[in-house]
Design a protein around this ligand. Structure first.
Ligand SMILES: [Zn+2]
Length: 338
């Protein structure tokens, strides 16, 4: 998850106004309890995170793009793909700071080559920390999906996209998306982004496919007496974010998944331009899953404890959150393959 000024301003605003689902009361409703999720695969996902943490420890405490920690992370993903008997494509690129990044695309072939589902997560950290929740957690979920689907032949080709340089200009996914041809774009049934999904006591945030949350936010701010001139420019910028007519179907499916588990979700558009969903918006149907635990730290908004800090270690990760994210994405893939 990267930072966006307009986004943080808006989120700060909504938190101060009590609009966001981050007050302690709403948080209580979305707490994931052990009763709701049976422990299954989460130990192997935690093992991936231990490895990523060790990589950071041995490489200047981070796994940022263009660093030894970043390269060691890429090697770990490649080794895992090899273990699963899958071919991984390495796609090098240069980001806006002229650092060399490497996207890693693992393909699980389907009955038809013309249609595809892409599940994406960035594997780079910020230079300030090891990035275990942001976004080792997304990487762990993708690796687990990779091992699950390695020996299956799904209806649509499944691409697991491990992006580099998200924290530096959303570099990797932008590079990849810019090279997709119109016919490739047409065949993509969904791009699903997985970012910061290990958060403890999370608010489950999914992409708002029909921008309904913007209207809700406007109504709330109006009701609370905020002047229109204070919020209109920000809300207008959110309304200008492109969307695809099939985003809503993906949103509804995820909503149903979480509702069946008694969990509340927050629909959101403000985070979509701050992660690897950005380059796919409006081009293909997009879904996104982020688990936040937002709080104000002085004047600053923290999306989750230790966000972009040296303390974003495995201690910040709840295996139950990882398992929930894995289950949700797997359920969506299965649904799309029906
Ligand atoms: Zn981030």
């Amino acid at each position: 998850m990267g930072v966006k000024t307009a986004l943080t301003t808006l989120m700060t605003l909504s938190i101060l106004m009590g609009v966001s689902g981050c007050t302690s009361q709403t948080n209580q409703q979305s707490l994931i309890t052990t009763q709701q999720i049976a422990p299954q695969d989460h130990n192997s996902m935690m093992n991936h995170l231990y490895v990523l943490q060790k990589i950071a420890q041995e490489n200047a405490s981070n796994r940022a793009v263009g660093t030894l920690g970043g390269q060691a992370t890429a090697k770990y993903i490649l080794d895992e793909a090899k273990k699963a008997g899958l071919h991984a494509q390495m796609l090098p690129f240069e980001n806006r700071k002229k650092q060399v990044g490497q996207n890693i695309i693992v393909e699980i072939q389907a009955q038809s080559k013309d249609t595809a589902i892409i599940i994406g997560a960035h594997y780079d950290s910020v230079p300030m920390g090891p990035g275990i929740n942001d976004n080792g957690s997304g990487v762990a979920v993708l690796l687990e999906l990779m091992h699950t689907y390695a020996k299956l032949k799904p209806k649509h080709t499944l691409y697991l996209a491990f992006w580099d340089s998200e924290e530096e200009g959303i570099g990797g996914s932008s590079e990849f998306a810019s090279k997709l041809s119109p016919s490739q774009l047409k065949g993509i049934q969904a791009y699903v982004n997985v970012d910061m999904v290990g958060t403890k006591n999370p608010t489950i945030q999914i992409a708002d496919g029909d921008q309904s949350s913007i209207q809700d936010m406007e109504n709330m701010l109006k009701q609370r007496g905020m002047a229109e001139s204070d919020y209109k420019p920000l809300l207008d910028s959110l309304r200008n974010i492109p969307f695809h007519r099939d985003d809503l179907a993906l949103e509804n499916h995820l909503k149903t998944f979480f509702k069946a588990r008694g969990l509340e979700v927050k629909e959101d558009v403000s985070t979509l331009t701050a992660s690897d969903t950005a380059p796919f918006l409006g081009k293909v149907p997009v879904a996104s899953l982020i688990l936040f635990n937002e709080q104000m730290k002085g004047d600053e908004l923290e999306f989750a404890p230790c966000y972009h800090k040296a303390c974003d270690t495995i201690d910040q990760v709840d295996p139950k959150s990882l398992q929930l994210a894995y289950d949700a994405v797997k359920d969506l893939i299965q649904h799309l393959n029906q």
